[in-house]
Write a protein that binds this ligand. Structure first.
Ligand SMILES: Cc1ncc(COP(=O)(O)O)c(C=O)c1O
Length: 390
């Protein structure tokens, strides 16, 4: 084995994406949409795919799609650089900036790809730590200069909160030489959209995606928004033909059709309403105050379980019942937390039912003071077994 070619960091890194748990009936761990694209739309894209030449590389002219994307986010076609998912923009930018010796500053805790990629590629970065309430705090911001790149995930994943507009403007105005990259893939679920700021600030890039606000994570389509010059430069860094023929067919035939757009926007509203319903439901089924549920501008909720044993029990229960969530406990500041995506109302209900095994369960202290025993209310236990997904 050519071990001397690979860093210790790379060799000891766990696989980033693990295979799906076989008994998972409910996948609430990746912030995807639960409902798939309707067959009517799939057929349209497949018909177009049949007409396309699979033996050829896709046509390099994507200006029609760029124009539609620009229209969708209020910019001009020249402001857009398309990519196979925003993740590939993240890795391309990190690699380019690191090779060129830039000082990379990343909000922390934040989307795990940043840290994972920097670790496996030996890219040094400086964390911009959130405060203990998981808020962005300018006082904690490391010093920035003309060699710095500041990467801010907002809405942040997995915390769910956003940087405040005035904080972002302050950073942009006080550091006009610093490149600021906003990872804004959850923008559609938030009240604030920072994308139009790229028209005003030449030092700002915003990364966006069709994986979250649209049910097409599997098609891998993302984009960068920046002033025309910057977008043009990033395009030169992207691999040619990396957006495949099928995704291009879908983008041309379906994605921007007024009906599909309207359906997707309606779905978005439903997910946001469901997020708030879930949040309230969690709070009201927690009379013993065992949990904290954070506000979220994303399609997910972050939950803190105050007691470590309760947290382990919850993870165990959810795994047993085939409900996949993300255990976020390994993130800095996020001990005993989980992140759960907003699924269909039925999936959410199932999750709430199992969550109540923790919140409604009175801890009873038996003879050993440090050991806690839990009793599951009988009626609840019976309900749980009855709850099923179709
Ligand atoms: C904050 C954040 N950025 C980027 C991505 C990558 O999204 P995609 O590559 O599907 O556009 C994700 C995926 O979960 C994410 O949470």
């Amino acid at each position: 084995m050519m071990n001397h070619f690979f860093s210790q960091n790379l060799m000891s890194a766990p696989a980033r994406i693990k295979a799906l748990q076989t008994n998972a009936q409910c996948r609430l761990d990746k912030n995807e949409q639960s409902l798939d694209v309707d067959n009517y739309w799939k057929d349209k894209a497949i018909e177009a795919l049949k007409e396309s030449n699979w033996n050829r590389y896709p046509n390099a002219d994507l200006s029609d799609i760029e124009t539609n994307v620009a229209h969708y986010c209020g910019l001009d076609a020249g402001n857009i650089a398309l990519s196979p998912g925003s993740a590939s923009l993240i890795t391309t930018l990190l690699n380019y900036l690191a090779i060129n010796g830039k000082k990379i500053v990343i909000t922390h805790p934040s989307y795990s790809l940043f840290e994972y990629h920097c670790n496996t590629y030996n890219i040094p970065f400086i964390p911009w730590m959130l405060n203990e309430n998981l808020e962005f705090e300018i006082e904690n911001l490391p010093a920035l200069d003309a060699q710095s790149v500041l990467i801010i995930t907002s809405p942040n994943n997995p915390t769910g909160n956003s940087i405040r507009r005035e904080q972002l403007i302050e950073i942009l105005q006080n550091n006009p030489e610093t490149m600021v990259v906003i990872d804004g893939v959850y923008t559609e679920f938030a009240n604030e959209d920072f994308t139009p700021l790229v028209k005003e600030y030449t030092n700002l890039m915003v990364l966006r995606s069709f994986s979250k606000a649209f049910p097409i994570a599997g098609l891998r389509l993302g984009y960068l928004c920046a002033n025309e010059k910057l977008a043009g430069l990033v395009k030169k860094l992207m691999l040619p033909f990396s957006i495949n023929a099928f995704t291009l067919c879908f983008a041309r035939e379906v994605l921007f059709s007024p009906r599909f757009m309207a359906e997707s926007k309606q779905k978005l509203k439903e997910i946001m309403a469901e997020r708030e319903r879930m949040k309230q439901a969690i709070q009201s089924m927690d009379p013993l105050r065992k949990l904290k549920v954070y506000n979220s501008d994303g399609n997910f909720l972050l939950l803190k379980v105050y007691n470590e044993t309760d947290h382990s029990m919850l993870l165990h229960t959810l795994q047993q019942k085939g409900i996949q969530i993300l255990n976020t406990s390994t993130f800095t500041l996020l001990k005993n937390t989980i992140r759960v995506s907003i699924g269909s109302p039925q999936e959410n209900e199932l999750f709430l039912n199992f969550l109540s095994t923790i919140t409604l369960c009175e801890p009873t202290v038996k003879s050993t003071p440090n050991q806690r025993y839990f009793t599951l209310p009988r009626a609840l236990g019976t309900n749980l077994e009855k709850t099923q997904l179709n």
